[in-house]
Design a protein. Structure first.
Lengths: 114, 109
């Protein structure tokens, strides 16, 4: 247990569906992150929130929409996805995104787009 | 561009020692992390190096040479549970964390 939880753990959705991924951290951290992990590729940073403000959007397609209502919760809203979006989506948190603190990861959501 | 290179896969024997190398080219440097990721699980923090030299933590040690853009993770007295992927990541001068693709370590009895 890393103190970061993600739901659901597995998700299968069609290209026309709308779904949301949820992340919650119980560590009192101020920064939260969404990553995409595909087989044999480096982790791809998608979004960063620091003190609830989005500080980074790594040229992510608009079919991915993040939401951070408070420092403990992070959502990733999905709509009209493509099959190439199938991957493991990891949420992470750290004390502050502007400092070299280690990041704590959740177990991820395995997404399959059909 | 910025990139991190590490071997895709390594195999070692239980009880032995293995060294996983990582070379990096980034815009500035503010520290290097090693993470362990078991299949289907979250990456977990192993070590952090910001100064040159060796950091030892039990069976695991991590080495850094900033002038060479090089780090390694040394695992001693290998156990079957060490079978996992090992991820190298570098904080650049913009406080962006640049990740390697990971090294899958297979431990054989």
């Amino acid at each position: 247990e890393t103190g970061v939880t993600q739901t659901p753990r597995h998700l299968v959705m069609g290209m026309t569906n709308k779904k949301s991924l949820k992340c919650e951290q119980h560590l009192g951290h101020n920064a939260m992150y969404w990553y995409k992990q595909s087989a044999k590729k480096p982790l791809e940073l998608m979004f960063v929130y620091n003190f609830k403000e989005q500080t980074e959007n790594n040229s992510v397609p608009s079919r991915f929409s993040p939401e951070c209502p408070n420092s403990s919760h992070l959502f990733l809203h999905l709509h009209t996805l493509q099959p190439e979006d199938s991957a493991l989506y990891l949420c992470a948190s750290s004390q502050d995104s502007g400092q070299t603190y280690e990041q704590y990861f959740g177990p991820g959501t395995r997404l399959t787009v059909t | 561009g910025q990139n991190i290179d590490q071997p895709t896969e390594m195999t070692a024997t239980e009880g032995a020692i293995v060294q996983i190398n990582c070379t990096y080219q980034t815009s500035g440097f503010n520290g290097l992390f090693w993470y362990q990721q078991h299949a289907g699980e979250a990456p977990t923090f192993l070590s952090y190096n910001v100064l040159d030299g060796l950091e030892e933590k039990g069976r695991f040690s991590s080495f850094l040479s900033r002038s060479k853009g090089y780090s390694y993770l040394l695992l001693k007295e290998l156990q079957m549970k060490d079978s996992a992927s090992y991820l190298c990541a570098v904080w650049n001068s913009n406080y962006q964390l640049i990740w390697g693709a990971g090294t899958k370590l297979i431990i054989k009895p």
